[in-house]
Each structure stands twice: as C-alpha cells, then as structure tokens.
Design a protein around this ligand. Sequence first.
Ligand code: MRU
Length: 383
Amino acid sequence: MSLQAIKYSNGQLHILDQLKLPFVEEYIPIRTAEEGWHAIKEMQVRGAPAIAIVAALSLASELSKLLTDDAITTNAVEVQNFIVGKLHYLITSRPTAVNLSDACRKLEISVSGEANRHNATGQSVALVFIRTAESMLAQDLEDNKSIGNHGAEWIIKHALWSGESQATVLTHCNTGSLATSGYGTALGVIRSLAESDTLRHVFCTETRPYNQGSRLTAFELVHDHIPATLITDSMAAALLAKEDSKISAIVVGADRVAANGDTANKIGTYSLAVLAKYHQVKFLVAAPRTTIDLETKSGKDIIIEERSGSEVTMVRGPCANKGDIKETNVETIRIAADGINVWNPAFDVTPATLIDGIITEVGVVEKSDDGTFHLDSIFESSS
Ligand code: MRU
C-alpha cells in the first residue's frame, strides 16, 4: 500500500496529519477553505505540490457540501466572487512555494471562464471549480511518475561512477508521497531507480530544523523497503568525501524555480549544491512545471518564509505557529539556551550555476551552450 498524504473522494477530503508522524498515523477531515488554510499554515500538510492540492480540494469540499445542501445561489458571478475571495485567502497561508499561487490562478481562470458563459449558474461555476481541483490531484500523480522515470534514466546515463550499474543518491527534506499527491518528485526519482533495480542506496538528511527528512522521508523509505541511511545535515560533506560512498547524484525537490533556474528549496539545499560542485557530484532539482515560475526572474525575487525560532530551540515538537509550539500528543523538548536569538529561514536559494539539471514531467532540462537554463521551452511541449 503506497503512502497517501491526501485522500479525496466525492467531495470528502482527509489529510494525514504530518505533525504527528512518524509516531501516529492519523487522518483528519478538511471540510472548508479555512480548515485547509490552517492545515497548510500549521504544517499538518507540507511540501509544495501537496499544499497546492489541499488548498484546492479544501474549497472543493466546502463547495460540494454547499451543493448537496442546496445552499448555492443561482447567480454565477456571486459564486465566482465567493470562490475568488477564498482563493486569495488560501494563497496567504505560505509564501514560498509557487505551486499554491499557480493552482489558485488556474482555478480562478477556469471559474471565470464558466461564469462568463451565457447559461452559467452558481451551481455550474461551483461544479467547474470542483472538477478542476480534482483534476489537479490526478495530474500531479501522473507528472510525478514521469519525473521519476526521466530522472532515473538521466542518472543512469550521466551520473554513475565508472564500473557501477546502480546509483547511490543523497536527498534532502521530503519530496515523496507525503509532499505531493503521490509517488513524489526527488523521491519519485529514487522510487523509479528502485523499481528498475538501479538503486544501490539512498542517504537522506535529517533536514533541520523541522526534520522532514527523519520524520517523513525516513518513514517513507522504511515503508517502501528502499535501502536507506539517515544522516544529519552536517554529515553530508564527510559522506561525499568518503571514497567508498560513491554518491552518484544529489537530488532535491523545489518550492519555486525562477526563470533563470535559481531554485528555492528547503534550508540546507544550497549547502548541498556547493558540496556537490566541490566533489564533482551531479546536483539535480526534481519538480513539476507547476513549480517553475517564469514570472520570477531570479532567486533574488523569491520571498523566503521565516518561521518561528521555536522550531530551532525545540525538538520532536509539532510545527510552531505564530511563535508558540502548538500542543499535540507529541512531547516537545527544549534544546537551546533560553533567551538565545534565532534566525529560522525555512528555505534557501540555490543559484542555477550549481544545478546540473532540472527534472520535470516533460524531461530533464540541462543548461544550453551559453551556460544558462532556458526553461520557457518546456512550456511549449505537452506532458
Ligand atoms: O516547509 P516544507 O516542509 O513545506 O518544505 C518542503 C520542501 O522544501 C520540499 O523539499 C519541497 O517542497 C519540495 S516538495 C516535493
């Protein structure tokens, strides 16, 4: 049984509460856009594609209930305005991952297309929204499988150590089934290598401060019986320097890829890219095209979310929200001196110069002869 962060059927949305993993596996209902907003903000669901889909489906669930209760006005424009207001609110939950605003923009366009139709009603506008949101869930899963296949093929072709027929991969943060609608992006590449028996081993970082690596990626790797070893973030250099580790590639996900290829991803990604360059190991970013933001020219224009210092000063706790650790049944332990200042950016930006390839559902984009990425070209091809 593959892991699922998001379960949706007939207007009912449930998400796996990731604040409780790996200790407790509990699905919680998300019935409204407000509940979706809080689940995203408080990191009950996290990962760029997953938060976009939960945002869309939370509003789809709310609209489904209103339709069932016959509580939707027949006025198409009123329903359009209601939906657009909710979408703008959902976008405010987290700023860095572009998938969220991209999904909301596409939903807004489809709803406005329906509302402008001659015979449109409030019900038909709501239905168009629901169908579009549902199709995003299915599309993300399909895209991830393609990302996995393209990335695995590229690694086998370009990144194996001489004499090796299997790859050893280092990954960071969580990019798997729990961060997407299923299969995963960077972890999808790893799954695809494992399925074709071309994976020797995976190393995953703990991913401080929030420990997505030890809490979520390690959980997924153990669940899927993929040969894996957990390291702390600060062990990556020693691992790459170790002669027998033979790391073929570092593969990470992304929260926003700018038009020039600069990539915002979980804090610590940039350090890994610098290490990869020094050790001449391929550094790859795996992300669907919904993560590529051609309107953001370079990494300098990406807003980096700063989170509460309690994520750094406490361990085993749930996400910090508005400065306070929220209580759950998971114990939290203070590990830093009381009174110390903390800087906690959730993401960093890896310059395109350090990236060897961007793995998308339509193929792996490499730099052109001029040494830069031309990402606009992949929006001309179909998936
Ligand atoms: O803060 P998070 O846990 O939402 O951050 C997740 C990451 O940075 C992932 O690596 C990224 O979103 C890629 S998800 C496929």
